[in-house]
Design a protein around this ligand. Structure first.
Ligand code: PS7
Ligand code: MN
Ligand code: MN
Ligand code: MN
Ligand code: MN
Ligand code: MN
Length: 352
């Protein structure tokens, strides 16, 4: 087990870890237990992308300011002392951007091989986020097709997986063969992001943001708002089932990806979010509460899952099998997606 040694860290690095704690519920602990080679690059990678996402999520920033900031965030992160203070006062991760100079100071110290990966992903993600921010602003329908939905998930999560995989391979903690199977990496990100998007539907609705593709929800309701009306709960449930069915196609590739990780602390880091995701999918499947409030797995369940995710692939696969069985049990024959969900569950169980 690896542990940080704050006494030996520069003050700016200690501050970076303070912002890591402040901005992430789930990632902070696992990042801090990474092996010493991966620890700082991964923490800084997280903070850079968290900064970018804080700008993307801040609906009080004018698009005229937001768009160039997203597209050129890679330039900002090169300017010694740069900070961003024009953020909405209520934005939850505001503090990170107000003190972003400490992240920049530490980015300057990491190996060029690691910096270049972080920079490359920052450029691609920032441009993708900007494209979709414009799309949402000027096309009242926002995300339309499943293809667009998956492209958005690629920008905000698939790319993270790509960058992380390159970092792990660079450090010799992952099998380089993973670089030749980009679809496995992509599934790791897609599965996390889709779970997040399905779970946060209510919170995002209140922020006037919609990520569910119209091609799916329009089969169940005429207007996006109708999905949240109590009289349409049954239709909304069936719609969420189709969203969940769409996410389940990534499960087997996630397990396959994890077989390529060669070191325990990196395995823990990649496996914990995946295990939380499959448990979240099971919790929100046919759960009408997602249209009223934010539904989250309990602290107790999260602890138990954490223990299992930090063992090995066999145990993690067992967790997936367990939750897939529970999903199959909850599956309702009156749901128009019943047969396909049943088939998807059967396919994952067979894979395991
Ligand atoms: C670099 C560790 C491991 C191959 C900040 C980890 C938001 C779901 O939307 O705050 O605010 O509700 O819960 C993480 C693949 C990305 C995808 C993405 C960077 C896994 C900025 C995480 C995380 C790839 C865009 C959760 C995707 O945020 O969401 C590092 C392999 C950041 C990973 C966003 C979402 C992460 C997310 P929200 P959260
Ligand atoms: Mn975002
Ligand atoms: Mn976000
Ligand atoms: Mn630029
Ligand atoms: Mn979300
Ligand atoms: Mn919000």
């Amino acid at each position: 087990v690896f542990e940080r040694n704050p006494a030996k860290e520069a003050p700016t690095l200690r501050e970076c870890f303070k912002y890591l704690d402040m901005t992430s519920r789930s990632f902070s602990a696992v990042i801090q237990e990474l092996n010493p080679d991966m620890l700082v690059p991964t923490a800084l990678f997280y903070l850079v992308l968290r900064g970018l996402d804080t700008i993307e999520d801040d609906m009080t920033i004018d698009l005229k300011t937001k768009e160039p900031l997203l597209r050129h965030f890679n330039d900002k992160m090169k300017i010694e002392g740069w900070t961003f203070t024009e953020n909405g006062p209520n934005e939850k991760d505001r503090e990170l951007l107000v003190h972003f100079d400490v992240v920049i100071a530490e980015l300057n110290k990491i190996g060029k091989n690691y910096y270049d990966i972080i920079e490359d992903i920052t450029i691609k993600m920032g441009n993708g986020m900007a494209d979709y921010a414009l799309n949402a602003e000027f096309n009242e329908n926002g995300i339309q097709t499943i293809e667009q939905y998956e492209e958005y998930c690629h920008y905000v999560a698939g790319l993270v997986g790509d960058g992380l995989t390159r970092l792990f391979v660079e450090g010799k903690y992952a099998n380089p063969a993973l670089l030749e199977r980009p679809e496995l990496t992509e599934s790791m990100g897609q599965f996390l992001q889709k779970t997040n998007i399905i779970r946060d539907v209510c919170e995002d609705y209140h922020d006037k943001r919609r990520f569910w593709p119209k091609d799916i929800w329009s089969k169940y309701v005429d207007n996006w708002d109708d999905l949240f009306k109590p009289e349409n709960r049954e239709k909304a449930m069936n719609c969420s089932s189709e969203m969940i069915l769409n996410s389940l196609k990534h499960a087997d590739e996630c397990l396959f990806y994890m077989a390529g990780i060669k070191e325990q602390s990196v395995f823990n880091f990649v496996a914990i979010p995946q295990v939380m995701a499959i448990a979240t999918i099971e919790l929100i499947f046919r759960n009408p509460a997602i249209f009223e409030k934010n539904v989250k797995i309990t602290k107790g369940d999260a602890c138990a899952l954490m223990l299992k995710a930090t063992q090995n692939l066999r145990v993690v696969s067992g967790v997936f099998k367990d939750y897939v069985r529970r999903i199959a049990k909850k599956n309702d024959p009156r749901d128009p997606n019943f047969l396909e969900i049943s088939a998807a569950c059967g396919r994952i169980e067979q894979f395991i």
